[in-house]
Design a protein around this ligand. Sequence first.
Ligand code: DAT
Ligand code: MG
Length: 140
Amino acid sequence: MEKTYIMLKPDAHKRELMGEIISRIERKGYNITNMKMMHLTAKTLKEHYAHLIDKPFYPELEEFMMSGPVVGMVVEGEGVVLGMRNLMGPTKWWDALAGTIRGDFSNANDLSANLIHGSDSVEKANEEIARFFPEGEVTI
Ligand code: DAT
Ligand code: MG
């Protein structure tokens, strides 16, 4: 079954929207198979956002992603990589239609504050899952 890496960003925590967003993922019928709250380091963010390191907005993006906790998830389902991108809506809130997570809940001046990350390909999903869940399934 296809898997993707989803991450609720610090604005989702601050605005108390984590439950709403998780609920949308569940109601779509996707299966959340792993979840944890984390505080990200600059080192991890430089790996995760390697494609953006040279952009002028990267320092703000990194600062924002370290401004509070994130919640990482592995989400599983048929066509879930594209399906989650569709549920999220596009990067910039003014492009995101009502009915999407970003379209319904984000309009911040700071473009980094768009609530949610989702892998953009199956290959990236596998890479991101390995980065954020190296421990796999946890039994204690
Ligand atoms: P996405 O999160 O939709 O996959 P991305 O991978 O291109 O988008 O960028 C990662 C994050 O960086 C994005 O969620 C918000 C921020 N960002 C992207 N483009 C930006 C821009 N032009 N100005 C400021 N922040 C930006
Ligand atoms: Mg991206």
